[in-house]
Write a protein that binds this ligand. Structure first.
Ligand code: ADP
Ligand code: MG
Length: 352
């Protein structure tokens, strides 16, 4: 199997396929379904025939989650091992990839995070579930720990801090704090000017997430759907104090990056005109470089082109080496999305 292959090569990259259900509108319009998931065989088939073309292709992934899969299934089966790794002191990254409208934000954030009898709602996504699991595990171990989070957006190769209240009301761009990506020369990176918030409860993280998402959403309406063209990165860093058998104190540090990528339709729309040309180019650069970095890691085929985009520079300490990476490739089951779906299946499949 592919995951065994990855293990043999010492690479921990998992590619998961998730297909959302048809929306109510799509159902009302009797949109044909052209995607068929076989979770047991970990296969996805795209099948469609029209008078001028015939498509019938099957792809295998590390895991497949069909339209009836629940948020909890995805989390328990694919994400828990990654969260455990973070608690062991490693850096890990989870990406949501796919065309706009296929469920990237649903998978990562989901609907609600209001607790009911201590339980998250069934539509809560990966981020609130990961946060809850990290806190539960550390509390159950009575561990001494500290935690901080950052939440940023990468748009046009520029970093915006989603934890800082919106500066736009204080007038022009000059007041905008620009965040610089710096390298420490030892393979580590840090971001000068980025707000790091210390958090002590899961509830605090949910609030931060709401605040950041709201800011991202405002930007989206102001700047004409910016979020489909930007990447957002929510990172949780934990420091856990431990004692060695010799009684020596030791700090374990792990980081989890949760990345909601720009819509992948931007990758194929290279015909962008005017002011969009640069933007499309930059989005392409990040998504294409990410694909190349992952391919190189999987194949062990030499030089890893981290430096070719800000997204991969920013995540450099959490990709490759002793880290776990998971890509959730999101698709729609609808015939109208078939072209984009096939390009997502190809991209995700190449990453294996
Ligand atoms: P994206 O972030 O990729 O643009 P969204 O996460 O915003 O897409 O999803 C688009 C719409 O589809 C939203 O209304 C979302 O609630 C719904 N949706 C996505 N995935 C699912 C799913 N697995 N189950 C139910 N609804 C979903
Ligand atoms: Mg989204």
């Amino acid at each position: 199997s592919s995951s065994k292959l990855n293990k043999d090569k010492g690479v921990n990259i998992q590619v998961i396929l998730r297909c959302r259900p048809l929306s109510d509108d799509e159902k009302r319009m009797n949109t044909p379904v052209v995607i068929f998931c076989n979770e047991h065989r970990r296969e996805v088939t795209a099948a469609h025939s029209t008078s001028n073309k015939q498509i019938d292709r099957t792809f295998t992934f590390d895991k497949v989650f069909g339209p009836t899969s629940m948020q909890k299934d995805l989390f328990d089966q694919a994400i828990v091992p990654i969260v455990n790794e973070v608690l062991e002191g490693y850096n890990c990254t989870i990406f949501a990839y796919g065309q706009t409208g296929t469920g990237k934000t649903y998978s990562m954030e989901g609907g609600g995070r209001k607790l009911k009898n201590g339980e998250l709602p069934s539509d809560a996504g990966v981020i609130p579930r990961a946060v809850q699991r990290i806190f539960h595990t550390l509390e159950a171990q009575s561990a001494e720990y500290s935690m901080k989070v950052t939440f940023l957006e990468l748009y046009n190769e520029e970093i915006t801090d989603l934890l800082v209240p919106d500066e736009s009301k204080f007038s022009d761009d000059k007041t905008k704090k620009s965040i610089a990506l710096m390298e420490d020369g030892k393979g580590g990176i840090f971001m000068r000017g980025l707000e790091e918030e210390a958090v002590y409860t899961a509830g605090e993280i949910y609030k931060i997430l709401d605040k950041g998402s709201a800011k991202r959403h405002t930007a989206e309406t102001l700047l004409n759907k910016q979020s489909s063209r930007s990447h957002s990165i929510f990172s949780i860093t934990v420091h856990i104090k431990e004692c060695t058998p010799e009684g020596e104190e030791m700090i374990k540090c792990g980081k989890l990056n949760l990345v909601d990528l720009a819509g992948s339709e931007n990758i194929s729309r290279s015909g962008a005109r005017d002011g969009r040309a640069r933007e499309a180019g930059e989005i392409n650069k990040s998504l294409l470089t990410l694909g190349r970095v992952i391919n190189t890691l999987v194949d062990h085929s030499g030089h890893i082109p981290y430096r070719d985009s800000k997204l991969t520079r920013l995540l450099r300490d959490s990709l490759g080496g002793r880290t776990k990476t998971c890509i959730i490739a999101n698709i729609s089951p609808s015939a109208l999305c078939l072209d984009e779906t096939l390009s997502t299946l190809d991209y995700a499949h190449r990453a294996k």
